[in-house]
Design a protein around this ligand. Structure first.
Ligand code: DAH
Length: 346
């Protein structure tokens, strides 16, 4: 029995040494020290021994059991420490790794230009007005002195929804709507940016949907010189103090007289180049003194009140300001195009 116990001890120690996982070690513990283990069996068989032998074997069995238990505890500590080391190694965070860059959004170049123009006019005392994109024939045409039969009403030019409803072809209807709301009392001073729609085939300079910015001032004693001064301030703020403006006679049914405003070409300094088509001037917007009939139709006394109005394409302004050569860039949203307008500090 002594030999058997010594054997068991050696066997157990070998198994303990071999165990490389806590689970394995636990199996060794159960198999050697458990109730059904070999040591318990030896103790159970002690009844067959002589009275002298019993305490000796009993003591030895307890020694072997304690020795195995101690060995197991020792090994357990080692395996637990190893486990902690392995975890530490596998879960280390390398704080020197560069972080993932988050893409930061940005305003669309068109939004930027519109906001810049809004800010400029707000600074001059204007308020921002809005009107519906689906407009009635009355406000889009009639109230602006565009009588039935005017070429702008042609199916070729406008998206009609019904006989009386269409996608607005310009932001000018907001003029009529705003004046009506004022009930014949000045002053009116608004700027109105918004989407407009035309049945155009899209190309580098045409888009079936684009943005306009409308301006309207109505008050007593508003003169052409007020219009000219306002447009000059706008042009210089938008395109640079060294820009010059010129007004050319033109025609719009809702203004009399009507003008078109050009700015001197920045690229060639007025000498003539591709951008200004050799003229030294670039057309920017349409404007004029509000037609007396338009004032009257919207409830203003044209003997007491006068006004000026202007309208421009926001894309055209943005294209000239940023040197963009194709209007479709604004709507195809190629990220490479949009990224060029990120603030430089990002
Ligand atoms: N509505 C005109 C257009 O779409 C632009 C315009 C011209 C607006 C003259 C005005 C104006 O207010 O006075 O072409």
């Amino acid at each position: 029995m002594k030999e058997r116990l010594k054997e068991l001890e050696l066997e157990a120690i070998e198994k303990i040494n071999q165990a490389s996982e806590l689970k394995e070690l636990n199996e060794v513990r159960v198999s050697f020290l458990g109730k059904k283990g070999p040591i318990t069996e030896v103790l159970r068989g002690m009844g067959k021994l002589s009275v002298e032998e019993r305490p000796v074997i009993g003591a030895l069995a307890n020694e072997v059991r304690t020795a195995i238990a101690e060995k197991i505890d020792e090994k357990q500590k080692i395996l637990e420490a190893e486990l902690v080391q392995r975890k530490l190694a596998s879960e280390t965070i390398d704080v020197t790794l560069p972080g993932r860059r988050v893409n930061i959004g940005n305003h669309h170049p068109l939004t930027k230009v519109v906001e810049e123009i809004e800010d400029l006019f707000i600074g001059l005392g204007y308020t921002v007005a809005e009107g519906p994109e689906v407009e009635t024939d009355y406000y889009n045409f009639e109230a602006l002195n565009l009588p039935k039969g005017h070429p702008a009403r042609d199916m070729q030019d406008s998206f009609y929804i019904t006989e009386e409803l269409l996608m607005r072809t310009h932001t000018s209807p907001v003029q009529a709507r705003t004046m009506e709301k004022h009930g014949g009392k000045g002053p009116v001073k608004i700027i109105c940016p918004g989407k407009v729609f035309r049945r155009d085939n899209d190309d580098a300079t045409h888009s079936h949907q684009f943005m306009q910015i409308e301006g309207l001032v109505v008050d007593e004693n508003i003169r052409m010189s007020d219009l000219k001064g306002t447009l000059e301030v706008f042009a210089k703020k938008m395109f640079g103090e060294d820009r010059e403006i010129r007004l050319r006679p033109s025609f719009f049914p809702f203004t009399e007289p009507s003008v078109e405003m050009d700015i001197s070409c920045k690229i060639c300094g007025g000498k003539g180049c591709n951008v200004c088509k050799g003229t030294g001037w670039i057309e920017i917007l349409g404007a004029g003194m509000v037609h007396p009939r338009v004032l009257e139709m919207s409830g203003f006394d044209s003997k007491k009140y006068t006004g000026f109005a202007f309208g421009m394409g926001a894309e055209r302004i943005a294209m000239l300001k940023y040197g963009i050569d194709d209007i479709r860039h604004f709507y195809t949203n190629d990220i490479r195009f949009l990224k060029q307008f990120l603030p430089t500090d990002r």
